[in-house]
Design a protein around this ligand. Structure first.
Ligand SMILES: O=C(O)CCC(=O)C(=O)O
Ligand SMILES: [Fe+2]
Length: 345
């Protein structure tokens, strides 16, 4: 699965063999000690940074497949099954809520960890791929719970206070096969993304790139996911892709990537390096800061989401949202000179 660099050319080299090349340029995300004042500054400014020495999940660096199989317990966990190496998230509730034509790109199959490991170990080209994505909870075995209690909560609590974040909402455990890809999307939470086993390449885009990544409408099961396929970018349909610029890094065991709220991210387990295990820490954003103008791109993004949601609530039918927005804008706000003519700009 290789892709050509089709635009702009200078895609940053990841330095790893067989890693797909995409069509946009990237810069490296800085890797810093958590004691470096610059790291704090970046987090305060909601910019991504890789922290190399937080010791956040030291007790979980031993969470390989055998350890997890022996310690997770016998519950069934959420596993996504895909015909290819892409695992594009979809919201099951939105799928039921609006009866729109939607073919889920993956299937969710709940299985025991032992069943999952068997599928992963016996996988051969042509087979369906699997990706376990399960929130940590108290049904997990005692060994896992004890490791969890030893996470560096002190450091986390200091961060949460310092950056004025809301509460921790969940920890997602991700166990994936090499080459699995989570396509580009954004989340509405702050994320300390902690790598435990194997390596992941993470490509991020600032919220300023909202329009250039063409998110699905908010009512759609793929809400918060980009419509753009990085392997086959359609420049005619999505002309803004031309201006896309990203940040990237490869993280390994013990490293923590801060993924700021509303930052787009694409995450791939590196090819040929075995399976990966990660755990994230999702925090609610802080209370709305005093509003200063001009608004930040991520504040505008939140406004756009709200307008879309309100329209849908009022109209009830997702099919009516687009036409209403078009008649609101076309010939009124669509011409570049619409406001200039009135002498307002
Ligand atoms: O690691 C992955 O595949 C996806 C993780 C992710 O999107 C997240 O933690 O928000
Ligand atoms: Fe995410």
């Amino acid at each position: 699965m290789s892709t050509q660099s089709t635009m702009n050319g200078d895609t940053a080299e990841s330095g790893y063999p067989h890693v797909p090349k995409y069509f946009f340029p990237t810069q490296q995300i800085p890797k810093l000690s958590c004691n470096d004042p610059l790291a704090d500054e970046l987090i305060s400014q909601e910019k991504p940074v890789v922290l190399t020495d937080t010791k956040l999940c030291e007790s979980a660096l031993k969470w390989d497949l055998d350890y997890l199989a022996n310690n997770m317990g016998n519950e069934r966990y959420m596993v996504f099954v895909s015909q290819n190496n892409r695992f594009k998230y979809y919201d099951e509730a939105k799928m039921k809520q609006y009866r729109i034509n939607f073919n889920p790109p993956t299937r969710r199959v709940d299985m025991t960890f032992t069943e999952f490991v068997k599928k992963l170990r016996e996988w051969k080209p042509g087979d369906e791929r699997v990706y376990l994505q399960q929130g940590l909870n108290n049904t997990f075995g005692r060994g896992i719970v004890l490791d969890f209690l030893q996470f560096n909560w002190q450091w986390l609590n200091v961060q949460q206070k310092k950056h004025n974040w809301g509460p921790l909402t969940s920890n997602l455990l991700l166990v994936g096969m090499e080459s699995n890809i989570t396509p580009v999307h954004y989340d509405e939470q702050q994320n300390f993304f902690c790598q435990l086993i194997g390596k992941k390449r993470c490509i991020l885009f600032a919220p300023e790139h909202y329009e250039r990544l063409y998110p699905h409408p908010v009512y759609h099961p793929h809400d918060r996911q980009s419509q753009v396929d990085f392997d086959m970018p359609d420049l005619e349909k999505f002309p803004g892709l031309d201006q896309l610029q990203g940040w990237e890094t490869v993280i390994g065991p013990g490293e923590v990537l801060y993924i700021p709220m509303y930052w787009w991210h694409h995450i791939e387990s590196l090819p040929n390096l075995g399976h990966t295990v990660s755990v994230n820490f999702w925090y609610k954003g802080g209370p709305t800061e005093s509003v200063e103008y001009p608004l930040k791109p991520r504040q505008k993004l939140a406004i756009m989401r709200n307008v879309e949601k309100m329209l849908l609530e009022a109209l009830k039918d997702p099919g009516e949202v687009g036409p209403l927005l078009r008649s609101l804008v076309l010939g009124r706000y669509s011409g570049e000179d619409a406001l200039k003519e009135e002498g307002n700009l």
